[in-house]
Design a protein around this ligand. Structure first.
Ligand code: AMP
Ligand code: MG
Length: 408
């Protein structure tokens, strides 16, 4: 049986980057760049004023004092967006707005609050320094400067820069097409009141929503009952995707038909079973370019496997540099006595209080627990064969990606 690390390395080794597509920059948030982006234009694109004030030549007001102000004539006003070029003449200043192009020959701008104006006479009572209140062309960035490296996840904070540079079509990786199939004779649609022995189907909705936090086009297929022929038939269709996530039916029970059905269809088993709890019966396989994740049906198993192994796989295919939220350490708030020869992934609530990171395992750690998924904002990694955890002890925690967005 593979360890967690071996399973992850194996899964990631099978990830292939999706091909490049150009996407409107407004739809790029959360997706990863497929190429380096460099500045195509100087920013700001021209010398301009940082304030509302008066553009001057330094030497004209070099001797200005409060007692003997220098008076310059002002006949022009350059507003932001004015297109024609104005030159500063001797004995003159030019009124400028914030963002207005500078007149030719100006070395500085004096704020309007610092002068006195009487009609077209402007009184300066202090000298100024070269470059004061100016924003020179290229000061923010110059043509050819690196903007973002390949693999950057586009964040809302990147959009102003993309817009300013005219980078309205950005190179990303094509979205993944993912099919979801849930198996189980006991399952009914959430809209139906379950009869005796039946339960409402929950996992495909969880998976669909989780997949939508990454750049995936998701199709939820109609669930199948536990029967070999029917499973083969549905899987044949379900395999037409970049990846297929199957919930349930991968254990060793007499009504677990997913593995024999996949085998029948020629799907190669890459591995089955991992030393983790919950989630041991994970199946990973492939048919051509289609990858298959067989996730055990207990909802908490489906969930932790998605977060720890499926999400990093998707992010690698989608070209993200950051595949997962880094682990951090926190003090556990209470004893946790249950030990295991497998790595335990405990649903937990992580928080910061009085300068310390704390983490509290949610009360119900059974793999059947649907409530535990909703209560968790992180997963504690309790190593295989570890001693019971003691209150106040440091443990490794992975915050959940949707709670701590992965813009990096
Ligand atoms: P299985 O992996 O098929 O043996 O299922 C393990 C447990 O998870 C059983 O108790 C199932 O009833 C339950 N289960 C399986 N699939 C789902 C699902 N899609 N939604 C909710 N519970 C499920
Ligand atoms: Mg089942």
């Amino acid at each position: 049986m593979l360890t967690y690390e071996e399973a992850k390395v194996t899964i990631l080794a099978h990830a292939r980057a999706q091909e490049l597509e150009k996407v409107d920059f407004r739809n790029a948030v959360g997706r990863a760049l497929a190429e380096d982006l460099v500045a195509l234009e100087d920013q700001p694109p021209f010398d301009n004023s940082a304030v509302d004030g008066y553009a001057v030549k330094l030497n004209e007001i070099a001797k200005a004092t409060e007692e003997t102000p220098v008076v310059l004539r002002c006949q022009e006003y350059i507003f932001a967006g004015r297109l024609d070029t104005i030159s500063l003449q001797e004995g003159e200043c030019v009124q400028v707005a914030t963002g207005a192009p500078l007149p030719l020959g100006a070395d500085a701008v004096v704020m309007r609050e610092q002068v006195v104006r009487k009609e077209d006479q402007v009184y300066f009572s202090h000298p100024t320094k070269s470059g004061n209140n100016l924003r020179r062309r290229g000061r923010d960035m110059s043509i050819g400067d690196p903007l973002f490296p390949v693999g950057t996840t586009i964040a809302p904070t990147h959009l102003a820069l993309l817009a300013a540079q005219g980078l309205v079509e950005v190179p990303l990786h094509r979205r993944l097409k993912i099919n979801i199939l849930s198996t189980g004779t006991e399952l009914v649609d959430p809209t139906i009141k379950p009869g005796p022995g039946q339960i409402r189907e929950a996992n495909s909705f969880l998976l669909e929503a989780l997949l939508q936090t990454e750049a995936c086009e998701v199709t939820r297929l109609h669930r199948v009952v536990d029967d070999l022929e029917g499973t083969i038939k549905v899987l044949d269709e379900a395999l037409k995707a970049d990846a297929l996530l199957i919930s349930g039916g991968v254990s060793v029970g007499d009504s677990d038909f997913v593995k024999p059905a996949l085998k029948e269809l020629g799907v190669e088993e890459i591995f089955w079973r991992v030393k983790i709890k919950p989630g041991k019966p994970l199946f990973f396989g492939q048919l051509g370019d289609t990858k298959v994740f067989g996730l055990p049906g207990n909802p908490a198993s489906t969930f932790v496997l998605f977060e720890e192994l499926v999400r990093p796989y998707l992010r690698k295919c989608l070209g993200h540099q950051q595949l997962e939220v880094p682990m951090r350490s926190a003090k556990i708030t209470e004893d946790f006595d249950e030990t295991s020869e497998r790595l335990q992934l405990l649903r937990a609530h992580w928080y910061h209080q009085d300068g310390i990171d704390w983490v509290r395992p949610v009360p119900q750690q059974g793999s059947f627990s649907i409530a535990s998924i909703a209560q968790a904002n992180s997963l504690i990694h309790m190593p295989e064969d570890s001693q019971p955890l003691r209150s106040g002890q440091s443990v490794s925690v992975r915050p959940l990606a949707h709670r701590f967005a992965l813009f990096g």
